[in-house]
Write a protein that binds this ligand. Structure first.
Ligand code: GAR
Length: 215
């Protein structure tokens, strides 16, 4: 069984979706640890309720990004994770940290990458009047939000959407796409070699698309 460490900063609804997949045996994996950089992240409570170990490393206690990241490595590595899952982990990671976990660290970003890297993605998508928006699960590489995109959940943007409504729709698709990707990994379908991602043994050239209509 694959072992996973999940990094969070907040509510942890994506963590919950992965935990639910495991609980209903749709996913054969074990979450060894949930690590948060914020002591009051609600996701810590979700993990504790499921009897999953938790740890807090408060980034404010460190004087540099590098020293914070080194402390995270110290805490994570004894669990020997096969996969690090960033689930709403709102810290930029140092190159050393990213390279340490290259090919075994994935992130979910609330946009159809390469569109809307960074913050305020829903607001920016609405301002541009795009017809579709969504979320991307990608491998983490040193450049922010730029690693190979594994899968995307796509949702329509409605004429009368508010940022809140759009965010809710994106969140809903995130909770389908992220556990699916973790499942592909745990089944050995999703692999990574020589800086490249493979799905079922084939080079992953375009992301797998999951449309809201078909989800
Ligand atoms: C998710 O919408 C995720 O896409 C986003 O944070 C939210 C976390 O929600 N991640 C990023 O913006 C990363 N740059 P959650 O804590 O309820 O899973």
């Amino acid at each position: 069984m694959r072992s996973i460490v999940v990094l969070i900063s907040g509510s942890g609804t994506n963590l919950q979706a992965i935990m639910d997949y495991i609980a209903t045996e749709k996913l054969d994996a074990n979450i060894e640890l949930v690590l948060s950089n914020r002591p009051n992240a609600y996701g810590l409570q979700r993990a504790a309720e499921a009897s999953i170990k938790t740890a807090v490393i408060d980034h404010k206690a460190f004087d540099s990004r590098e020293s914070f990241d080194q402390e995270m490595i110290k805490v994570i590595d004894p669990y020997k994770p096969d996969l690090i899952v960033l689930a709403g982990f709102m810290r930029i990671l140092s190159t050393d940290f990213v390279e340490h976990y290259e090919g075994r660290m994935i992130n979910i970003h609330p946009a159809l990458l390469p569109a809307y890297k960074g913050l305020h993605t829903h607001q920016r998508a609405l301002a541009d009047g795009v017809s579709h928006h969504g979320a991307s699960v990608h491998y983490v590489t040193p450049e922010l939000d730029s690693g190979t995109v594994i899968a995307q959940g796509r949702v329509p943007v409605m004429d009368d959407d508010t940022e809140e409504r759009l965010q809710e729709r994106v969140h809903h698709i995130e909770h389908i796409v992220y556990p699916e990707v973790v499942k592909w990994f745990s089944e050995g379908r999703l692999t990574y070699q020589n800086h490249q991602a493979y799905m079922d043994g084939e080079l992953l050239e375009t992301p797998v698309i999951i449309d809201q209509e078909s989800a």
